[in-house]
Structures are given as C-alpha cells and as structure tokens.
Design a protein around this ligand. Structure first.
Ligand code: AMP
Length: 305
C-alpha cells in the first residue's frame, strides 16, 4: 500500500484492571492505541506509536503482529506499562476510574520511525495532549486527515495543551459527557457548535449503547445506532475501536466525501460492537473480512426504512 493509505496511531498501550457487575479481569491488555489498531488493521496498514514496560505480555505483541500492525514505533522501556483500573456501573453504560498510573508514559518522548512520517492518515488516540502534539509535529507532511480522541482527565489537567492540539485536527471523537465538559455546555448541539469552532470540522459524539452522532464537515447531522446486543461483557475500548473502524475506512478508501464519512461511522460502530462482546480485544481477534462485512450489513439492515 502507498503511504497515502497508511494510518499512524499514537495513544495509550495499557494493562487494565476491569471490573464489571458480573466479572473481573485483572490483567486485561488494553490502551486506546491497542484497541484502535486491532479494529483498524484488517482494513488498511496501521503503524503504532507508544511505549510499554517490561511487564507488557509478549502474547499481546504477537496478537498485534498477527493482525498486521507495524510495531516499529512501539518503544520498550524500563519500568511498568501504563495501568488503568475501572469499575462499571450496573447498566454498563458508565464507569468510575479507580486508578490511573502513567508509568512509562510519564517520561515518553516519541520518535517517529522514518517509515511512519509520510502516512496520509493520523489518529491521536487518548494520551497526554503534549504527546499527541509531539507526534503530529514529526509528520513530514501534513496528513490528509488528522483525528483525535481525549478524555476527562486531560480536559481537567492539560486543558491548554488540549485546546492547542484541537486547533490542528480535522476530526474529534469524544464521549457525550466529555463534549459537555470540554465546552461547559449542558446541550449537545450547542457543545458541538462550540467544538467545531475550536478546530475540528467533523465531530463524532459517542453515546455508548445509544450509538454515535456525527456532525459532518458540511455541518449536517448523521445518527448511527449501536447494535442491540444480548450480552455486553466489557465496554472498555469501544470508543477506540469505533475510531479505528472509522479512520481505517477513510484511509483505505481515501474518500473524504460526506457520504463516505457516514459509511465510516457505520464501520466504526461495527468494530465497537465486536469490542464489547469480550474482555480486552478478545472478540476482535481472528475475525475474517467476511465476518466483519456481514456485521456491517446488519447495521445497514437495522437502519434502512
Ligand atoms: P475507552 O473505553 O474507549 O474510553 O478506552 C479504554 C482504554 O483507555 C483503556 O484500555 C485504558 O487503558 C485507556 N485509558 C484510560 N485512561 C486513560 C488516560 N487517561 N489516557 C490514555 N488512555 C487511558
């Protein structure tokens, strides 16, 4: 594939401790960049930037490699991998963060391999905004499309850096509550208008089991449902898998038309629907293109009238 179809992602690479109302996994491989890459790599070449400590499981590296993810930009450092611990509420729609330990991310200074710098697509997945900026600054040419995700912690403790990077991106994917928190609004439509004034021309607001709202580059609104599922095992990473499916479709097709951005929202929803069916990226492992395309079709059927 040509550089114009390559997709670089920077973000957390983590060992999580996830507690749901019915189960718990103490060493659950996660991190925004891991989920993103596992959801994107079937569709286009993905190049990952991040850092791990000596405790990161070799099996997870093998899974990423088997999925075809380029790990040249994944630094191995002394110390512990980023760790996050969270507990879901009874309805699985909301959760409390119990612990966040940046560990090796505290001293991380990303150095982009030469082969990453000309990629056409860049996603700045959730991590300190200063690291997102450092990666964007190392691209040799401005990518065709730059996307970004963030979360409440960075809105709270790194707001100036976040505002600075937001001014330089095309697409923001963000949770409903975080969109309100970022803008100080209580209404989503007003929040979306404010965010689109801060830089991103396209805004995707993630609403968990209620799906996603996309405010397109033309300002028009598109709503996508989430797939109604009988059992949700672990919602961790659903937002990152959404972003992976969304960006990979745009990178693979190179088509940024409004109609194709809407399709990308459905590809994102498709990958998120797999993510929640297992802990970690378990349900994404080993999927075939046919599996994924059949599930995409279920979304098409779900919304056709
Ligand atoms: P999501 O469920 O899409 O919000 O993403 C969950 C992933 O985000 C988990 O695997 C965590 O390791 C990771 N995560 C949690 N807090 C942070 C943070 N402050 N910065 C970066 N990644 C985080």
């Amino acid at each position: 594939m040509e550089a114009k179809n390559k997709l670089v992602v920077v973000g957390s690479v983590a060992v999580d401790w996830v507690i749901t109302p019915s189960a718990e996994r103490e060493h659950s491989v996660g991190g925004a960049a891991v989920y993103f890459a596992m959801a994107a790599a079937w569709a286009c070449p993905v190049q990952l930037v991040g850092v791990i400590g000596g405790d990161f499981p070799a099996t997870a590296l093998a899974d990423l490699e088997a999925a075809g993810v380029d790990l040249q930009g994944l630094e191995r450092s002394d110390g512990l991998t980023f760790r996050w611990k969270g507990r879901y509420h009874e309805n699985m729609n909301s959760r409390d963060t119990l612990e966040t330990h940046l560990n090796v991310f505290e001293r991380f200074s990303p150095k982009l391999p030469e082969s990453y710098r000309g990629a056409g697509f860049l996603f700045l997945a959730n991590i300190q905004p200063s690291l997102q900026m450092a990666v964007l600054d190392q691209m040799s040419t401005r990518p065709t499309l730059v996307g970004l995700d963030t979360m409440n912690l960075w809105i709270d403790i790194a707001n100036d850096d976040l505002v600075a990077i937001l001014a330089r991106v095309d697409v923001l994917t963000i949770n409903e509550e975080e969109a309100l928190q970022l803008t100080g609004e209580t209404n989503l439509v007003r929040a979306a208008t404010k965010i689109r004034g801060m830089g991103p021309t396209t805004l995707v607001i993630k609403r968990g089991e209620y799906g996603a709202l996309c405010f397109g580059p033309d300002g028009a609104l598109f709503a996508a449902p989430a797939l109604p599922l009988e059992s949700v095992v672990d919602p961790t990473g659903a937002g990152d898998c959404f972003a992976g499916g969304f960006m990979a479709h745009l990178a693979a097709t190179g088509d940024l038309s409004v109609a194709n951005v809407r399709k990308a929202v459905i590809w994102g929803s498709t990958m998120a629907s797999y993510c929640v069916e297992g802990f970690s990226y378990d349900a994404l492992r080993g999927l075939s293109r046919e599996d994924i395309e059949a599930r995409y079709q279920r979304f098409v059927d779900l919304t056709r009238f």
